[in-house]
Design a protein around this ligand. Structure first.
Ligand code: AMP
Ligand code: MG
Length: 297
């Protein structure tokens, strides 16, 4: 695994959020192979995962708030967007003057990152725009034949991508909702803007999407013989196939099950998937953000 990284190859491995496709973040050639394997547009910047906190000031100009956030939430599912240092390649930032940084809490990811000893660029290990992988089997379904290794660490604990927060002297702005919730961040510091900044690169309207059309409804009803249901906590009459995110209405469990359930429905040969709206508190906001993007065409 580490030899492949040192040779400039991208390898898939688990993080606590979703499986990542990791490569040497300081090598533009290695990062180019990530874009190639995923079919990702070069306009969509990569998140850099650091092996240790001393890399934060080497890659960015951390503000005092950034250091405090790192202290509180790292290692963990929080990505900070900060001014970059010149050693960060342009391909990583899509030419911007900021870079997105996080430190993974997954023991396998940490082990590989520590052995490699340098930062790893690691977006989700799926084809661009598709459902993010939360198991090694999902990565295989997405990238078989395109990458040399997949490290299998079992299912991901959170199951949805990290929270992304832009950190500046003025305050914090959430660019993508995730496992570290709006409430968690607000308790830490005032949030600048209560709406998601839609102008974030990669903040596309359609993303995380199954191939089967998906609609989001408060009270799902079947439309045909072959309508599938992505339910929050209980089944409903008349659907050809049903996936339940959490029988106990636990939002964390629902997040962890989201992408696997979407994938199973997508593979069931349905005409349509109807997803039930879920409560938008805590991590529910991040789940609804993913469902809206899966429904957008
Ligand atoms: P992922 O594909 O899950 O690794 O997500 C990467 C996302 O991080 C991108 O699509 C962007 O939305 C965001 N991102 C990465 N770098 C930056 C940056 N410098 N500024 C703003 N957003 C960024
Ligand atoms: Mg992704």
């Amino acid at each position: 695994m580490v030899e492949a990284l040192a040779a400039g190859e991208p390898v898939a491995m688990p993080t606590e959020t979703v499986y990542g496709l990791a490569a040497d973040a300081l090598s533009p050639n290695a990062c180019a192979k990530i874009f190639e394997a995923k079919n990702r547009p070069l306009s969509d910047p990569l998140i850099v995962h650091i092996p240790s906190i001393d890399w934060l000031p080497r890659l960015t100009s951390p503000t005092p708030a950034a250091l405090q956030l790192a202290e509180k939430f790292w290692p963990g599912p929080l990505t900070m967007v900060l001014p970059r240092q010149p050693i960060v390649p342009d391909i990583v930032t899509a030419g911007q003057e900021t870079v997105a940084i996080r430190m993974s809490a997954h023991p396998l990811f940490q082990e590989v990152a520590t052995a490699f000893g340098k930062p790893l660029a690691a977006p989700s290990a799926n084809r661009f725009g598709r459902i993010s992988p939360t198991s090694a089997a999902h990565v295989l379904a997405e990238l078989d034949g395109r990458i040399p290794f997949i490290l299998d660490g079992g299912p991901c604990a959170h199951g949805i991508e990290s929270t992304i927060v832009h950190v500046s002297d003025d305050g914090l702005r959430i660019l993508r909702e995730g496992p570290i919730t709006r409430e968690d961040l607000r308790a830490f510091a005032p949030l600048l803007d209560d709406s998601i900044a839609v102008s974030a690169p990669g903040g596309l309207k359609s993303h995380y999407a199954p191939r089967t059309p998906l609609v989001l409804e408060k009270n799902p009803a079947p439309r045909s013989q072959k309508t599938g249901l992505l339910a929050f906590s209980a089944p409903r009459e008349g659907f050809a196939q049903t996936e339940i995110l959490s029988a106990t209405s636990d939002l964390r469990e629902a997040a962890a099950n989201l992408y696997g359930a979407m994938r199973r429905l997508d593979e069931a040969g349905l005409d349509l998937i109807v997803a039930e709206e879920i409560p938008e508190s805590g991590i529910g906001a991040a789940i609804m953000e993913r469902l809206r993007k899966a429904a957008a065409r």
